[in-house]
Design a protein around this ligand. Sequence first.
Ligand code: NAP
Length: 369
Amino acid sequence: MERRKVGILGATGMVGQRFIQLLSNHPWFEIAWLAASDRSAGKTYGEACKWKLDTPLPRHIAAMTVEPNVPEGAKGELPKIIFAALDADIARELEPKFAAAGCAVISNSSAFRMVADVPLVVPEVNADHLALLETQQWRKQSGGYIVTNPNCSAIGLVLALKPLEERFGIEGLFVTTMQAVSGAGYPGVASLDILGNVVPFIKNEEEKMQEEVGKLLGSLNGGSIKMLNAKVSAHCNRVAVEDGHTECVSVKFRKKASREEILAAWREFTPLAGQHLPTAPDQPVEFDEAEDRPQPRLDRMRGRGMASTVGRLRECSLLDWKFVVLSHNTIRGAAGAALLNAEVLARTGKLDKLGIAPAAKSERQAVLA
Ligand code: NAP
């Protein structure tokens, strides 16, 4: 099968590098265009990027030129699938330009996550929300659109919550995160601030977690999302861990749930089984019985970095049950999540014939008929 050409916007950052790593041998997609800031444009990728991953930077990628950050700046043909890994302020300005140019923009940033007609999607949790993209103005005018994946802490959490919400209903949630330094991008938090330390503040993170969980576990209601009817309270902390966000969760259910029923809900949660998506983990939620797991160093690469590991399930004296969740923040929490969204879009035909408005397509088909 011929691989589809893709571009990466923000290719030199922490998430951009993960995109390069995960796309390097991808069976469906091939990197054809890279862009970052004006500081990097015109340099080779090898010159522009401080490669931080533990697999070598592929030589052919190192030799590619970083292009300007606008659609019309592309030297050759601009790929119609753009993975975006930009800070929110920059994403707010640039991503619509690519959607207007007929591209599928698959975004990691928070800029458009809570916009009513923009799908915020984790495929195992709410793939049906992708229908929203058909209501976007860009889609109607150019065929392009924006699809987003959530904040890196929200992703691991909603994977663990979705099967519980389905079976028992969630009434309330209290979560405390211990988030890795790679979550702040590169160079991120100064070493003097984080070594031997915990920083009990990550700007806007608690608000993002609270509202994104509501949208992700909400239901598609015609052309909009009805938010989950549950109270969510988050505490977010930065800790001296390289990769992997750990979260302590207490949850109150609408229906009584036993330990065995909760474990069965996680074990039987395999919503993408049979779809053969290259990035999807076989088991999205893995439960570990050991009393001292999950741990970031030991468990973040489960499911090739795409599984959420859960452990320490026990009764909670304030709410009903409590447990610990761990997930890899730049794989499951960012680039891997966007890649899985792209694979679902490919499977459902939403990456075909981008650059042509669906209305124009049907007019053309009518003329041809
Ligand atoms: P980062 O390491 O700071 O990288 C930022 C990227 O944006 C770099 O490639 C940078 O290019 C580029 N950039 C900066 N200004 C630009 C401009 N004007 N035009 C085009 N590109 C520009 O950040 P990150 O951690 O990869 O995060 C990227 C996004 O993903 C953020 O919205 C973040 O919140 C989100 N996210 C991150 C994580 C995580 O775990 N790190 C997880 C989920 C979501 P230069 O090298 O040229 O400056």
